[in-house]
Design a protein around this ligand. Structure first.
Ligand SMILES: CC/C=C\C/C=C\C/C=C\C/C=C\CC/C=C/C(=O)SCCNC(=O)CCNC(=O)[C@H](O)C(C)(C)COP(=O)(O)OP(=O)(O)OC[C@H]1O[C@@H](n2cnc3c(N)ncnc32)[C@H](O)[C@@H]1OP(=O)(O)O
Ligand code: FAD
Length: 556
């Protein structure tokens, strides 16, 4: 995050000064924004940067205990520098959060500089090797030219020039949220690979006396756990490609001072980061539990995969907060549509009248047709967004201000943002496959995956579709059955579909997910390396167990 921030927020002179140092690993940096007291509410950050025109320096301080920077990755022991987000003060006026490059440690002996107190925040649920750290600043001075001034400037006499958009400072977070969509796709692909390969190796239970124990991948319940998640990993792969394309296009526009799509990008990246990381987070646990006891072993790779992935739901914007950001924009779009404005691509459906198109219950609708089902996802999203938006409007009519009305409707706003994200993902998956140049056999297999993703997505949220009369109860039941009917067909190619992710064993880090399937021998070999097996009789015996047993045996 240090380098992307410099790349996006530096003037050309600052780029020339800082970026070569980063690329050559002459300095190591982190992104120090979050504080003990604030992670979400950026405008509440307390770290200060006061400009001293006499020396043309900024004086950085952590004025309170809650202002201590807390959590930034590699801040504790590794980083020599940080981008520090602080409240800028110049000529007695506060201008809000701005980014500053701060050297933390000497490049000679790596000792913290004067006015800098840094350290590790202590053990965490995962990311053990990462020294997430704290930073306390005390009257620490940096040159004026260390404020990243691409968008806003402080002149030598302290005059402040404001940015074209205050939220341009938030640009790095948007970029990393887009990366996290990719991270979700990768994590779910890894978990699917481990669980499906192991499920093809593991045999368990005697269905009928005398019959061989079947592969657990043959059980419909095991397939129902794993194949929708496999399909989701493929869906997220195509979605992260689409998301990155949109990000790149909008970022190019921003670099040409065209800020027209910055809000749409913020809303989409926020919703997709939250949606994909929540789904992946839950999916990792389903994959682990589908592997029985061995899934709980560190040897499976699941404990580390989960512990390292789960903070994706928190960092880079806590998921609920990001869904609310997405919903806030959707409400704005409903208003714009009602006032006749044209809406941008990813939200243009909100100006369509989708309500009359599909009323639930009409017979003869082709419930296996993906294009038709995507139109139902669209209707569900549109209904939820309009419902939540109407709740906000009713709140305002009842005398609330906008903030109060948004807060009062926030549970429904989150549901609406989820439905919007889900529609975007399902639509992108189906449309991406249409554009894919692939053999008919491969198209058929991928169509099975897209179908089970779309069917299961409706089955798991059938209440949304039934409550709004988008589907009748019997139609929802039919779609649920269509998903189950696909499972044995996907079974045929399931192992090939995870092999296609091409994770090397060294990357997958899983005895259960080994490419050669040689699980039991390697589990036993792995166990030999357990520290507890260094000696046959563990030293603790002589201290605790031995005396206890001997004392009690003497009573017999
Ligand atoms: C190849 C890759 C493969 C695998 C990679 C794997 C993983 C991914 C890679 C990296 C992950 C690893 C490490 C990450 C380490 C973690 C780092 C961090 O966590 S950094 C800190 C992150 N912190 C946050 O995200 C803070 C969240 N809070 C906020 O963003 C703001 O406080 C919030 C938006 C919530 C509120 O903003 P605020 O200004 O207070 O209020 P308001 O809601 O009124 O917004 C005002 C106005 O601004 C608009 N806006 C807000 N944010 C943005 C934005 N980012 N871009 C554009 N616009 C924004 C908002 O919509 C509103 O506009 P309107 O007034 O409505 O028009
Ligand atoms: C592993 C890890 C790595 C990190 N790396 C970095 C880093 O490199 N740099 C950095 O700066 N930070 C980093 N962070 C910090 C991270 O960005 C914050 O933890 C994150 O932004 C969430 O903020 P918070 O912790 O203050 O949670 P809070 O905002 O306090 O969230 C707590 C709860 O309050 C709710 N809540 C908060 N605001 C609202 C609202 N407006 N409406 C409704 N509900 C709300 C949330 O939904 C959540 O349920 C990291 C965190 C972790 C866990």
């Amino acid at each position: 995050m240090f380098i992307p921030t410099l790349e996006r927020q530096c003037t050309s002179e600052q780029r020339e000064k800082f970026l070569p140092l980063c690329y050559d690993y002459r300095i190591i940096g982190t992104y120090a924004q979050t504080e003990l007291g604030h992670g979400t509410f950026l405008r509440g950050l307390e770290t200060t940067a006061h400009y001293d025109p006499n020396t043309q320096e900024f004086i950085l301080n952590s004025p309170t205990i809650s202002s201590i920077k807390w959590w930034p990755g590699a801040l504790g022991k590794t980083s020599t520098h940080a981008v520090v987000l602080a409240q800028l003060y110049t000529l007695g006026k506060c201008h809000g959060i701005h980014p500053f490059v701060v050297q933390l440690r000497s490049l000679d002996d790596h000792k913290p500089l004067r006015g800098i107190t840094v350290g590790d925040i202590g053990p965490k649920m995962g990311f053990g090797p990462n020294d997430n750290g704290y930073l306390k600043l005390h009257k620490h001075r940096i040159p004026r030219t260390n404020m990243l001034m691409k968008y806003s400037q402080v002149s030598p006499d302290g005059t402040y020039t404001k940015p074209p958009r205050s939220t341009l400072t938030y640009g790095t977070m948007t970029f990393v949220r887009v990366l996290i969509v990719h991270g979700s796709a990768i994590a779910l692909a890894k978990a699917s690979t481990i669980a499906i390969r192991y499920s093809a190796v593991r045999r368990q239970s005697e269905l009928r006396p005398g019959e061989p124990e079947p592969q657990i991948l043959s059980y419909p319940t095991q397939q129902h756990k794993l194949f929708p998640l496999l399909a989701t990993a493929y869906a997220f792969h195509f979605v992260q490609l689409a998301m990155m394309k949109i990000y790149t296009d909008v970022n190019d526009q921003i670099n040409n001072s065209n800020f027209s799509r910055i809000q749409e990008l913020h809303a989409l990246s926020s919703g997709l980061k939250a949606f994909t990381s929540w789904v992946t987070n839950a999916g990792l646990e389903v994959c682990r539990m589908s592997c029985g006891g061995h899934g709980y072993s560190q040897a499976s790779g699941f404990p580390r995969l989960y512990a390292d992935f789960t903070p994706s739901c928190t960092y880079e914007g806590e998921n609920t907060v990001l869904m609310l950001q997405s919903a806030r924009y959707l409400v704005k779009c409903v208003r714009d549509a009602r006032s006749g404005k044209t809406l941008p691509g990813t939200v243009s459906y909100l100006s369509e009248d989708v309500s009359a198109v599909h009323s639930g219950g009409s017979s003869g609708r082709d419930l296996s047709n993906l294009d038709f089902l995507i139109s139902l996802y669209k209707q569900r999203a549109s209904n939820q967004v309009h419902f939540a938006s109407d709740k906000v409007d009713r709140g305002i009519s009842a005398g609330m201000d906008l903030v109060g009305a948004l807060n009062s409707a926030s549970v429904h706003l989150v549901s609406a943002a989820k439905a919007h994200s889900h529609y975007f993902i399902a639509k992108t998956f189906v449309e991406s496959l249409k554009l894919l140049k692939a053999s008919s056999e491969l198209q058929n297999v991928l169509h099975q995956l897209a179908s089970v993703y779309v069917f299961e997505g409706i089955a798991q949220s059938s209440g949304d579709f039934i409550e709004d009369y988008i589907l009748s109860g019997s139609e929802a039941k039919t779609i649920r059955q269509l998903a189950v009917d696909l499972l044995p067909l996907i079974r045929v190619n399931a192992v090939s579909l995870v092999d296609a992710f091409s994770f090397r064993d060294e990357v997958l880090q899983s005895v259960l997910g080994r490419y050669d399937g040689n699980v039991y021998e390697n589990l036993f070999k792995w166990a030999q390396n357990s520290p507890l097996n260094k000696t046959d009789v563990h030293p603790s015996y002589h201290k605790y167990l031995g005396p206890l047993l001997k004392r009690n045996q003497s009573k017999l």
